[in-house]
Design a protein around this ligand. Structure first.
Ligand SMILES: [Ca+2]
Length: 418
């Protein structure tokens, strides 16, 4: 039960909230609200938020027009990653008080902001392609990092403990971790690394543990370093390369009063608030369609992946006659549908609907890929279950690359013994 006093306070603040929701700048055509609450942590560094927003096909090149706005004012932010599919990962500075935040985009004329802001909390990972170089020492590794690219993805992460490229289905990649390690005690810390291939760790700018060269993973206790630290939040950096085959990186520590080495836990890094992007709002178009596409499952015909994606029309709620074209030549109908792809790739999806008696359309790019994020624990679907749905496809309209993949898939599925 709400008492009278908070209700009055709520009413008193209502006009202010309504004003915050006013469109910030008419030159920007689109926005999404960000559902996010400050972490409430008293650690040093500004409250830092992170959110992924899908800009559909509405953002300008590379996300140069993306802005984060609260109280009608842009807030310091950084575009960490802008994908070919229009997905944009943004870190931004938050108030300690709860605020309404919006991510704006859709302004071709906008310039990339000149003011640089970097996250002040958390642990951040960027992975990139490996383009050659050596890693027998830090000098070589620096050159290797300088020529790595392109960026596969970037986001806040829990800790350094992963056996694949978190943002791509790659065998050759570089990992760059930067963040803020909360060292509660003063004294001698032991840091350790295990990796396949090289890794280099720095804490408070000091070399903390390294395992240079091309090699498989070994017990973490072999590659350790002792670092004396005063208590407080310290800068943490960790660089890793996998030149091919299996890859892994793991960072360990033993604080002064701890009995043994352990993987540096997630709560050793200062906290970041993670937000969720709300439905698209278009300035001059209340009937703007918003869509969501997500990996839903995968099966394998031999080595060939069959990748299942789910498509949903998020807004407006009263849209009717929703129809999809998936970009591989195939179509479907319904507000929420699934589609199985014969191959990974960047597909142009189109959705159309009837909104209050008027036709509406939207398009987006969907980066269809196997689920590399959860590679270790992924549950594969049974390919036999896909077969019935695949047989119902209209192959006359399927694109050539998918058709070729389909032929190979059916050869395996319909005659598994070859
Ligand atoms: Ca390797």
């Amino acid at each position: 039960m709400r008492s009278v006093l908070p209700a009055l306070l709520f009413m008193a603040t209502l006009p202010a909230f309504a004003a915050d929701d006013a469109w910030w700048n008419p030159q920007w055509a689109a926005r999404r609200p960000i559902e996010i609450a400050p972490s409430g942590s008293g650690e040093s560094g500004a409250e830092t938020g992170v959110v992924e927003i899908q800009t559909l096909n509405r953002a300008a090149g590379g996300g140069k027009d993306v802005r984060v706005v609260a109280n009608g004012q842009p807030v310091p932010f950084k575009v960490l990653y802008f994908g070919a599919d229009g997905a944009c990962v943004v870190a931004f500075k938050m108030d300690r008080e709860a605020r309404r935040y919006f991510a704006y985009f859709g302004n071709e004329q906008a310039e990339k902001p000149t003011a640089e802001w970097e996250p002040e909390r958390g642990l951040w990972l960027e992975t990139r392609g490996f383009n050659g170089g050596d890693c027998q020492n830090w000098e070589q590794m620096k050159d290797l990092l300088a020529k790595s690219g392109p960026v596969h993805g970037a986001d806040a992460v829990k800790n350094v403990f992963v056996g694949w490229d978190a943002f791509g289905a790659q065998d050759r990649w570089v990992s760059v971790y930067k963040g803020f390690l909360v060292c509660k005690e003063e004294g001698e810390y032991v840091f350790a690394t295990s990796s396949d291939d090289a890794s280099f760790m720095f804490v408070d700018g000091k070399p903390a543990a390294q395992f240079p060269g091309w090699h498989g993973a070994e017990g973490h206790a072999r590659h350790t370093a002792k670092v004396r630290l005063t208590g407080g939040v310290k800068r943490f950096e960790y660089y890793h390369v996998n030149g091919g085959g299996d890859g892994l990186c793991a960072a360990y520590w033993q604080p002064p009063s701890a009995k043994k080495l352990e993987p540096i836990p997630a709560d050793a890094f200062s906290p970041v608030a993670r937000g969720k992007a709300g439905a698209l709002e278009a300035k001059d178009d209340p009937a703007a369609l918003d869509l969501e596409a997500a990996w839903a499952g995968e099966a394998y015909a031999g080595e060939r992946p069959l990748i299942r994606y789910r498509y949903r029309l998020r807004a407006p709620k009263d849209a009717k006659d929703v129809a999809w074209a998936f970009g591989d030549g195939l179509k479907s109908q319904g507000a929420e549908v699934e589609h199985i792809f014969f191959r990974p790739g960047l597909f142009d999806v189109k959705v159309s609907a009837n909104v209050n008696g008027k036709p509406a359309e939207a398009s987006a790019k969907v980066d269809v890929h196997v689920d590399f994020d959860r590679r270790a624990e992924r549950q594969k679907d049974s390919p036999e279950k896909y077969l019935e749905r695949l047989r119902a496809y209209a192959y006359g309209t399927l694109d050539m690359a998918s058709l070729q993949a389909a032929a190979g898939t059916f050869m395996v599925l319909e005659d598994p013994d070859g």
